[in-house]
Design a protein around this ligand. Structure first.
Ligand SMILES: Cc1cc2nc3c(=O)[nH]c(=O)nc-3n(C[C@H](O)[C@H](O)[C@H](O)COP(=O)(O)O)c2cc1C
Length: 223
């Protein structure tokens, strides 16, 4: 049964994005806030957008320092994330209060946070006013990742090394199973036209179902 939501809830339907802790530094002061309005915008050059409301202390820290870092936390930092997103660094030092350990970034002044599994350093490339937020477009200057957590994509093997995702309010999640989708092959295209892509997708679904059933049987037999 469908029902209508308020227009402002549209963003919640897109919930589940990874959280980034945006760290900044300006004239010796440091700050950090969580953000989920974060998205890759260009591959070459590598550009990443983060939408920050002008009321955030982070907004001015980015505006004046012209750089920021995105730190990808895990569930170890769940309560830190909520705290850092509930109070403003305008009048207090959240990093000192939380005693979060940091380390030096490679290319920028902003500190990087321990307890995270990925770190992206950016210099501000552009800034646009978009509705009530400013979209800061960052040009990637350095990227680091926890070796065991990532190999071309997030591996999600160890639950402690999975990125934290945000659903809204104070609800978070970590991703569970990984799945591999069927990649259409050039040779399939002729068959797609003749048989209809639906048939090939059906075959891929059946194969995936069989694999899941096997895994389930395996799990049960191991007790
Ligand atoms: C999980 C989470 C995600 C958030 N995402 C954003 C965001 O993308 N953009 C934004 O402007 N504020 C976002 N906020 C709100 C800021 O993090 C919050 O207002 C924070 O206290 C601002 O800190 P600051 O004033 O020290 O910069 C988010 C809050 C939480 C808890």
């Amino acid at each position: 049964m469908r029902h209508s939501l308020n227009d402002l809830d549209a963003r919640r339907l897109l919930g589940g994005s990874p959280v980034a802790l945006v760290s900044t530094s300006w004239h010796g002061a440091q700050n950090v806030m969580p953000a989920v309005f974060v998205t890759p915008l260009s591959i070459d050059p590598p550009l990443i957008g983060v939408a920050v409301h002008p009321a955030r202390h982070t907004h001015d820290m980015i505006k004046y320092s012209e750089e920021f870092a995105l730190n990808i936390p895990t569930r170890e930092l769940l309560h830190h994330v909520q705290y850092l997103g509930s109070v403003s660094g305008t009048e207090l030092s959240k990093l000192e209060l939380t005693k979060l350990p940091t380390f030096r970034a490679r290319r920028i002044e902003a500190p990087l946070l321990e307890g995270c599994v990925g770190w992206i350093e950016c210099g501000v490339h552009d800034a646009y006013r978009v509705g009530d937020h400013t979209l800061f477009v960052g040009k990637v200057a350095a990227v680091q990742v926890e070796k065991d957590a990532f190999d071309e994509t997030w591996l999600l093997t160890d639950p402690e090394e999975r990125p934290l995702h945000y659903l809204g309010i104070n609800r978070y999640a970590i991703l569970g199973d990984t799945m591999e989708a069927r990649i259409p092959q050039p040779a399939d295209i002729k068959r797609d036209v003749e048989a209809g892509a639906a048939e090939l997708i059906d075959e891929a679904e059946a194969a995936e179902r069989r694999e899941r059933e096997e895994q389930e049987k395996d799990r049960k037999s191991r007790g």
